[in-house]
Ligand binder design. Structure first.
Ligand code: SF4
Ligand code: SF4
Length: 294
């Protein structure tokens, strides 16, 4: 492998830093970054979790090698020959502040960062892939695969062929919360991306044992703050109702949202359950990281 994990981390962070799409020009705040510098994690292509997701979510869910072969059709590689890189961007302090004041309708900043996400992340992916290719490393960005689509899982309902959040979990970046969002060391107000490269780099050690360990509700039965933030009661003690949530996102897009969303190509976001909560900026309790090994 011609790049180390440190080289790759630096390259991804630098690419984000140089992006002219990481800004709030859509709402006339061009000098302000939309997203904080990314956190980056690494997973082995043959990590058992990827097989488990396919088994649990549905046969349509991709293994890393299946996604890789959509671009490199003639390459004979297996999951064990691949490294999966996950990176995630957290919302800025200013966006979180604005979102904390929102009750039923998310803040303009939140709508703008969600609405501009595709343009930003496609550009990021193209640049990161090009850096890998310059070094002779075959690389695939899930976001740039035209075959990616939403699907319906018999067991889990709304799903897709690849989940960036599940991948971030495998790569050691965080665990799921009651609202289905991923809680990381930078909190839950985040969006993620995945790149798969050929070659073996050591996987990051997951500093947790359970998929929901960093959520206070699952850890000690308290909290539940995200339940009270949701304007349509899509989060209960039983978890996140994806259909109710999705219907509210459609309502924001078609009727209730600001012109910025209803009169544009923007995908609507909500994220009220990701702000004004104990896990907004980090893990909501003190965790002893010693002896937390897979
Ligand atoms: S707000 Fe509380 S219950 Fe909800 S995900 Fe965060 S820690 Fe868990
Ligand atoms: S995104 Fe909005 S509608 Fe969906 S669960 Fe969170 S607060 Fe509720």
């Amino acid at each position: 492998m011609k790049m180390t994990k440190a080289n790759i981390r630096d390259m991804i962070i630098e690419t984000a830093d140089h992006s002219n799409l990481n800004n709030f020009k859509a709402i006339d705040l061009p000098e302000e970054a939309m997203w904080n510098p990314p956190i980056v994690g690494f997973a082995a292509g043959d990590d058992d979790y990827f097989k488990f997701f396919k088994h649990d979510i549905g046969a349509f869910y991709w293994l890393p090698s299946e996604a890789f072969h959509l671009k490199y059709k003639d390459k004979s590689v297996k999951d064990k020959d691949l490294t999966v890189i996950s990176f995630g961007f957290s919302q800025t302090k200013e966006t979180k502040k604005a979102q904390n004041r929102a009750k039923e309708i998310p803040s303009l900043r939140w709508f703008a960062s969600r609405g501009e996400w595709e343009a930003f992340i496609y550009d990021m992916c193209e640049k990161v892939i090009s850096e890998f290719e310059k070094k002779g490393i075959p690389a695939v960005a899930i976001d740039l695969l035209p075959e990616w689509s939403r699907m319906t899982s018999t067991k889990h309902g709304i799903a897709s062929k690849w989940s960036h959040r599940h991948t971030a979990f495998v790569a050691g970046l965080g665990t799921f919360g009651l609202s289905d969002g991923l809680i990381t060391k930078q909190g839950k107000a985040m969006r993620f991306c995945t790149i798969i490269i050929e070659g073996n780099l050591p996987a990051d050690i997951r500093p947790y044992k359970k998929y929901n360990e960093w959520c206070k509700f699952y850890a000690d039965g308290t909290c539940g703050a995200c339940m009270y933030r949701c304007p349509v009661h899509a989060i209960t003690k039983e978890g996140h109702d994806k259909n109710t949530c999705s219907e509210y996102l459609q309502l924001l897009k078609n009727e209730k949202g600001p012109d910025l969303v209803t009169k544009s190509h923007y995908v609507s976001g909500c994220g009220l359950c990701q702000s004004k909560i104990p896990c907004q900026d980090g893990i909501p309790m003190t965790i002893d990281f010693t002896n937390k090994r897979d």
